[in-house]
Design a protein. Structure first.
Length: 113
């Protein structure tokens, strides 16, 4: 049975990424709403977004869109793969995209019960 606090860890991981990638003066927003029997959580930032060729890969283990950060002490590329594992373990869906007006957009869909 999934641990109730694990979705909180997923949210913290995505929020930490948003903080890391949002420039000073930028904005990070979090929205949660109910969609039928599902809870939708959306995290958006006003950072540079995800290079389009990397959007489908960001949840892969050890994947880093910015290869220049490898070996620099920047986190290992496990954060988003952990996010996906947690959300899927709770019978949810996670997705990543670039927001139409710039920045990254992550969405969790989780059963409300």
């Amino acid at each position: 049975m999934p641990t109730p606090l694990r979705p909180e860890q997923a949210l913290q991981n995505v929020a930490a990424n948003a903080v890391r990638h949002t420039p000073e003066g930028g904005r990070i927003t979090l929205r949660a709403d109910s969609v039928g029997d599902t809870v939708r959580i959306v995290i958006r930032d006003t950072g540079p977004g995800i290079p389009p060729e990397h959007v489908l890969d960001v949840f892969d283990r050890f994947y880093k869109a910015d290869v220049s950060r490898a070996g620099t002490g920047v986190p290992s590329g496990l954060g988003l793969s952990i996010v996906r594992a947690i959300i899927e373990r709770h019978d949810g869906i996670v997705s990543a995209a670039n927001a139409p007006d710039g920045g990254a957009r992550f969405e969790f869909l989780l059963p409300s019960a």
